[in-house]
Design a binder for this molecule. Structure first.
Ligand SMILES: C[S@@+](CC[C@H](N)C(=O)[O-])C[C@H]1O[C@@H](n2cnc3c(N)ncnc32)[C@H](O)[C@@H]1O
Length: 253
């Protein structure tokens, strides 16, 4: 009797990638996605390596919201940033969606990890017919960015509070990159740093959406006065998304 019991989803994933006969115990606790080198996000097949987080279902909301905002605000050529892009799942699935609907876009994808960014570039070449309007930046948050304004910024930055890192499931703790998980003492270190620098990077009415830890509330974040903010819950009913907007009264642009 194998000690690793694979879920129907994991079995399906292995079958799809040609590993139907795999002995589950040979995997140990390794996520099947790191074994096959593939992960699905919004119906698209992304390459993943130990340098990239495995895209999560709850992160799809960031892209769905971005699509909605572009439609609601009738943004004809959105300029978008995906900060901490990892595999590129957020920015590239948004690019895929916009390309399908023939909406022109400019998307900046950045990560502090050059290894992760390389995977994002490979995914761009694999998923999109043209990568001409995509810009890949190795950057500590917005530090190396040119002076530019965005309509939309998506960021799934590391947000696990330090004390919770050791409590993560071994399949996450021992396999996913610590650089993608560890968010400082209360998990807000990177998000607060980005919030501080954000206002000059947003067009008036521009929106940034962050994925956050379920222990976070509005008081966890230090908001520049030019930004308004709200927190939304995920399908499990826990706080998961922080949306901030550059107030229309802001004098920044
Ligand atoms: C939680 S992962 C998210 C990856 C991907 N966006 C996703 O949703 O699956 C966080 C990403 O942020 C990157 N990161 C960590 N610190 C960073 C920093 N200071 N500046 C930019 N990216 C950073 C990590 O390398 C990692 O790829």
């Amino acid at each position: 009797m194998p000690s690793r019991q694979l879920s129907p989803l994991e079995l399906n994933h292995l079958r799809k990638h040609g590993f139907s006969d795999l002995d589950p115990d040979s995997l140990g606790k390794k996520p099947v996605e790191y074994f096959t080198g593939h992960a699905e996000f919004l119906g698209l097949d992304f390459l993943v390596t130990p340098d990239t987080l495995i895209p999560r279902l709850e992160s799809e909301y960031l892209v769905q919201q971005a699509v909605q905002i572009i439609a609601d605000q009738k943004i004809s050529h959105p300029v978008i940033a995906d900060i901490g892009t990892g595999s590129g799942c957020l920015g590239l699935s948004l690019a895929f969606n916009l390309a399908q609907r023939q909406i022109p876009y400019t998307i900046f994808l950045s990560d502090i990890s050059p290894q992760a960014l390389k995977v994002a570039e490979q995914n761009a070449a694999k998923l999109l017919t043209s990568t001409a309007n995509l810009f890949f930046e190795t950057s500590d948050l917005l530090k190396s960015f040119p002076s530019i304004k965005f309509d939309l910024l998506l960021a799934n930055l590391p947000y696990i509070p330090t004390k919770n890192l050791s409590r993560l499931d071994p399949s996450v703790r021992d396999y996913e990159p610590r650089l993608a998980l560890a968010g400082g003492t209360d998990g807000t270190f990177y998000i607060n740093r980005l919030l501080k620098d954000l206002p000059p990077f947003l067009f008036r009415g521009g929106v940034a959406i962050f994925e956050i830890d379920d222990t976070h509330s509005l008081t966890s974040f230090t908001l520049p006065s030019s930004l308004s903010a709200q927190i939304d819950k995920d399908v499990h009913g826990v706080p998961r998304y922080l949306t901030v907007r550059l107030k229309t009264s802001s004098l920044l642009d």
